[in-house]
Ligand binder design. Structure first.
Ligand SMILES: Cc1cc2nc3c(=O)[nH]c(=O)nc-3n(C[C@H](O)[C@H](O)[C@H](O)COP(=O)(O)OP(=O)(O)OC[C@H]3O[C@@H](n4cnc5c(N)ncnc54)[C@H](O)[C@@H]3O)c2cc1C
Length: 453
């Protein structure tokens, strides 16, 4: 791969914009091609969630890009879930220990902030309204269409990063390479965004500092707070079946469904029917592929190579972590891109596949288990064990959201933790002795067994 400090990035979404900042900080000349018009002027049309949960892995990348403080000013901490039961009762479940939180941030705001920072570097050039058509694999020539003039042109570049999201044109070209593996799996559930506006005084209509969930078994509603006092809600629902998008047609059916399953939310959603009818129903997919590079000259990062379902709030965080890892590999290999891409490709794919699996598992946890008293007890005991044995026990959720432990290690812990909690939850009268010596004894035995293995 060319050792010239020059790079082309396709896609100025969250990952591409962040990656351009990191490269610019290292003195690279960076050209970023983005299909959309400049969203700082044209307005941000994401086509996807208005707000996102940012957690530890994302914060680290933001720090490297020098944007942490700016984001902190506009991020709303969510230290736990607020579960809304069918009878209107709410229960708060902390995600981690005191002081730990995931953060609600505006997708558009974050993307614009990243582009602004990147643009403040002289050597970063943004080319908006330029749609990548693909990469000619034999010549390493990228072709584009100018979206305004409808003219096509090509550029020949050395180092190319495909950060053009789940439907990546760069990846599409790589798919023609023999040996390139690709798997796209759609969920039977779709999603639709709805809204809870601010109260007349501008305050939030529900508890501000929580990720609100209405778990209803096969489906769920969630809400994340925005700075303007509103909440963005997302309904995740099967496309087909008894309670499904295909059966929610017209005001009566929509209101019947919401009044039946989310009665406490309905009075807070004055434009529910209009929002439901006007907002699109979108698909959710998991995308896995390998290798992520072509001849170590073209590298995919972010959703372009690992799009996941949103139930762990990790898609962007994982893409940002790609950038953090590449940044540290640049130090390790003194910017030798052959070596960087070799190691990144060898190690990171397993972690991306692991967070894809974890995200699918967490869907079941969010829509179903969070309302189960046994699950709540499990969570309480997890916290107790972590407080008591901070160096020896950490929940899988906390590994994913509050640490930099590789996702594959966190996934490997799922079954192991299950075996511990099966044991603990079978202790007689566990509800009344969840922090007692029996639990600690079970933990110690489990730990000794693990250490012996
Ligand atoms: C409903 C929902 C909720 C989510 N919630 C969370 C969350 O809470 N936390 C979290 O971490 N993640 C979340 N995610 C995932 C997150 O949105 C993605 O992981 C993240 O946006 C990936 O960033 P990216 O830059 O790789 O791709 P994208 O954000 O998709 O950006 C790709 C960019 O490339 C551009 N582009 C595409 N094709 C071309 C082309 N041919 N030529 C030029 N430019 C092109 C696009 O216009 C876009 O700007 C959620 C996703 C969804 C769908």
């Amino acid at each position: 791969m060319s050792q010239k400090k020059k790079a082309t990035i396709v896609g100025a979404g969250l990952v591409g914009a962040l990656w351009s900042v990191i490269l610019a900080k290292r003195g690279y000349e960076v050209d970023v091609y983005e299909m959309r018009p400049d969203f700082r002027e044209a307005g941000y049309i994401g086509g996807r969630s208005i707000n996102l949960a940012l957690s530890e892995r994302g914060w680290k990348a933001a720090e490297i890009a020098g944007i942490r403080e700016e984001i902190e000013k506009v991020a709303i901490p969510m230290p736990g879930r607020m579960i809304h039961n069918l009878d209107g009762e709410t229960v708060f479940q902390p995600y981690g220990e005191k002081g730990q939180a995931i953060y609600s941030v505006s997708r558009g705001g974050l993307n614009i902030a990243l582009v602004n920072i990147a643009d403040s570097f002289e050597q970063v050039r943004f080319h908006f309204g330029q749609k990548c058509q693909g990469l000619d694999l034999s010549t390493n020539v990228l072709s584009f269409e100018d979206m305004q003039t409808k003219t096509s042109y090509s550029i020949e570049e050395g180092l190319v990063f495909g950060t053009d999201g789940a439907f990546s044109a760069v990846r599409n070209s790589l798919q023609r390479v023999p040996g390139f593996n690709y798997c796209q799996q759609y969920l039977e559930h779709g999603y639709k965004e709805l809204s809870i506006p601010a109260r007349p005084d501008g305050s939030h209509a529900m508890h501000t500092n929580a990720l609100h969930i209405w778990p209803r078994g096969q489906f769920m509603l969630i809400a994340l707070p925005n700075l303007d006092g509103s909440f963005t809600c997302t309904l995740f629902l099967p496309f087909k079946g008894e309670e499904s998008f295909e059966n929610l047609n017209g005001k009566d059916q929509i209101l019947r469904f919401f009044n039946k399953y989310f009665p406490d939310a309905v009075p807070l959603m004055p434009t529910l029917v209009e929002d439901f009818e006007e907002n699109p129903t979108s698909y959710l997919a998991t995308i896995r592929c390998s290798p992520w590079h072509y001849r170590k000259r073209t590298l995919l990062i972010g959703d372009a190579c690992h799009a996941i379902v949103p139930f762990y709030g990790q898609g962007m965080n994982a893409g940002f972590e790609d950038c953090t890892i590449l940044d540290s590999l640049m130090d390790k290999y003194d910017e030798d891109w052959d070596a960087i891409i070799e190691e990144f490709n060898a190690n990171r794919i397993e972690d991306a596949n692991a967070i894809a699996d974890l995200a699918l598992m967490n869907f079941i946890e969010m829509r179903d288990k969070v309302a189960d008293p046994k699950f709540l007890l499990w969570k309480k005991i997890e916290q107790h064990l972590h407080q008591k044995f901070p160096d020896e026990f950490q929940s899988v959720y906390s590994m994913v959201s509050f640490s930099h432990i590789p996702y594959s290690k966190a996934l490997a812990e799922v079954e192991v933790h299950k075996s511990l909690f099966e044991k603990i939850l079978s202790i007689p009268n566990i509800e009344n002795q969840w922090d007692g010596p029996e639990v600690e004894r079970a933990f110690r035995e489990w730990k000794q067994e693990r250490d012996r293995e």
